[in-house]
Ligand binder design. Structure first.
Ligand code: SF4
Length: 296
């Protein structure tokens, strides 16, 4: 057990005691309301969806086929592995009916070896009927919600063209919790105009909500994104995080987050050829080891 905080493997072992569980990311072919015109067209300023979707995951294949490919990939290492299917790409709860979502999720959980699902979505795409439907499925098979909150500051949410507010995040988490769904929040550190103290304030506010896990990562400037173009043009509120200051920030996070809330990760790893900065050259586990060495 990690002596400093509840890590993701400990969190999963609480939900699935005694079995080894691996996530399989799938793309259900959804779009994003901040790109398709429902909310906006430009997307969040930092976003290139290709930077956070694994290469084995493609919407040109059926979800069933993506699951089978993921299982083949991971079962080479652990034949008795069980799987959590992660609807990661874009916004799963957007652009379709509740009935269709229910059909897809029920189909997924009927796959051999699948023990639960993670639904990645935006806080403003989680109306009550969707929450109720997922709450029903959760009574039989674990459903974990993952909301992209990014920050608790509305001024930053406007700055990055996120298209929702912190209040909507709070309401989505409360709605999920009211249906008995486990809930994770995603936060980005180093957003334009924010100090590390601001980012820590967002972590603290998140900890006051009924969340089960947090997922943090450093802001990455992905080539070709609007934020990258602004940074290239010298817009002054965009700063690149230094590795040491980020490690120090994560130490403060570990001290702040209670053991009941898991910290899934601290680092994002977009393909190196897509990232302009920061380029720390660390894999997720290497960063975790560095952090643990500074915590001891
Ligand atoms: S980060 Fe998510 S919500 Fe924002 S543009 Fe990208 S896919 Fe859409």
């Amino acid at each position: 057990m990690n002596p400093y905080y509840t890590d993701y493997s400990e969190y999963l072992s609480r939900i699935f005691p005694g079995i080894k569980v691996q996530k399989i990311s799938v793309d259900a072919g959804r779009s994003c309301p901040n790109r398709d015109g429902t909310i906006g067209r430009g997307g969040c300023l930092y976003c290139d969806n290709r930077s956070f979707v694994p290469s084995y995951c493609s919407d040109s294949e059926s979800v069933a086929r993506q699951i089978e490919r993921g299982k083949t990939f991971f079962s080479r290492k652990y034949p008795y592995m069980r799987y959590l299917v992660y609807f990661q790409a874009f916004t799963f709860t957007h652009g379709t009916t509740v009935e269709e979502m229910e059909r897809v999720v029920k189909d997924v959980v009927s796959h051999d070896g699948v023990v639960g699902v993670i639904i990645g979505t935006r806080p403003d795409c989680f109306p009550t009927p969707v929450a109720s439907m997922l709450g029903e499925i959760n009574r039989i098979t674990p459903v974990i919600m993952e909301f992209g909150a990014e920050t608790s500051f509305d001024r930053t949410l406007r700055r990055i063209n996120r298209g929702h507010t912190w209040r909507q995040t709070v309401e989505a988490v409360e709605r999920a919790s009211g249906e008995g769904l486990r809930c994770g929040l995603h936060l980005i550190v180093g957003l334009p105009g924010e100090t590390l103290d601001d980012a820590l304030a967002s972590v603290e506010r998140a900890c006051h909500l009924p969340v089960d896990s947090l997922k943090l990562h450093q802001l990455q400037l992905i080539k070709g994104t609007p934020l990258w173009r602004e940074w290239k043009a010298g817009v002054p509120d965009i700063q690149v995080l230094d590795l040491d200051e980020y490690v120090d920030f994560c130490r403060r996070v570990v001290r702040l987050v209670p053991r009941e809330i898991a910290i899934e990760r601290f680092l994002s790893q977009a393909p190196p050829e897509m990232v302009e900065a920061p380029s720390w050259g660390l894999k997720n586990y290497e960063f975790t080891n560095l952090l643990l060495s500074r915590l001891s």
